[in-house]
Design a protein around this ligand. Structure first.
Ligand code: NDP
Length: 248
């Protein structure tokens, strides 16, 4: 079976506690709603409170478990912010079953020769440093879960570099590296599995901003690419670690 063709049972994520970063919009929003619809309790992390509240309302009105909101701008997130998040999750749930690193910045689309250091650092901060910090801080809670899954979001340009994709592409290579190193460290000592997923071209604000001349409807909606996300979050992927997968 290809993860893209996975059919998730309705109760796939029952009793699981899952944190999604960038949960207010795009793929993160769709993934959070789909996880909640399969029984998970969501921790919604993002930088725009109104968007997180809208996802909260959508989950509640669909009959899902009451989510937790954690507004945080990953551009400025500190170790203390992450520790506060871990304490709150520890006190409320005692464990974390799933972590979807989804929030990312696209940054500047221009040649390396013309890239600014400040824009480069901002992309690296959100896409790489914040993911590292969150992972490191939440690892003890992931270890408390019977079978935890960490999913990093990659991109086609994180597997083969392409002109003018600058810091974004390099950050996605780093994301793959973080995934591989962590997966290798945990493989024989832990029940935490770690994989990366490339969503592929998907009709979101980020894609529309990267390809302004493209007809957005030629790409699938976030809802259409979720089977691989569900596969990686649920117990059907137990035993799979260190893999770079594609959602399309
Ligand atoms: P969107 O830009 O539509 O959504 C990204 C989400 O991340 C938003 O909710 C955004 O918050 C949040 N976010 C961005 N910066 C921060 C920050 N500093 N702190 C907290 N949250 C932040 O992107 P997509 O849904 O398209 O992308 C999701 C993931 O998929 C990304 O990792 C992206 O790189 C990857 N991807 C997407 C592809 C596509 O075609 N769409 C293709 C390949 C990879 P807010 O809503 O407040 O701006």
């Amino acid at each position: 079976m290809r993860p893209q063709d996975y059919q998730a049972p309705d109760d796939l994520l029952r009793d699981k506690v899952i944190l999604v970063t960038g949960a207010g919009d795009g793929i993160g929003r769709a993934a959070a709603l789909a996880f909640a619809a399969r029984g998970a309790t969501l921790i919604l992390l993002g930088r725009t409170v109104e968007k997180l509240e809208a996802v909260y309302d959508a989950i509640e009105s669909a009959g899902g478990a009451q989510p937790a909101l954690f507004p945080l701008d990953l551009t400025t997130a500190t170790e203390q912010d992450c520790e506060q998040l871990a304490s709150a999750i520890g006190e409320t749930f005692g464990r974390l079953d799933g972590l979807l690193h989804n929030a990312s910045l696209l940054g500047e689309r221009r040649p390396i020769a013309n890239s600014s250091l400040s824009a480069w650092q901002e992309v690296m901060q959100v896409n790489v440093n914040a993911a590292f910090l969150l992972t490191r801080t939440l690892l003890p809670l992931l270890e408390q879960a019977p079978q935890a899954s960490v999913v990093f979001t990659s991109s086609g340009v994180g597997r083969r570099g392409r002109a003018y994709w600058g810091a974004y592409a390099v950050s996605k290579f780093a994301t793959e590296g973080l995934m591989q190193v962590l997966a290798d460290e945990l493989e024989n000592t832990s029940r935490v599995r770690v994989n990366s997923l490339n969503p592929g071209a998907t009709n979101t604000a980020m894609r529309r901003s990267a390809y302004p001349a493209e007809d957005p409807t030629r790409n699938p909606s976030p809802d259409e690419i979720l089977p691989a996300y569900l596969y990686l979050m649920g117990d059907d992927s137990v035993g799979m670690t260190g893999q770079a997968l594609d959602a399309q």
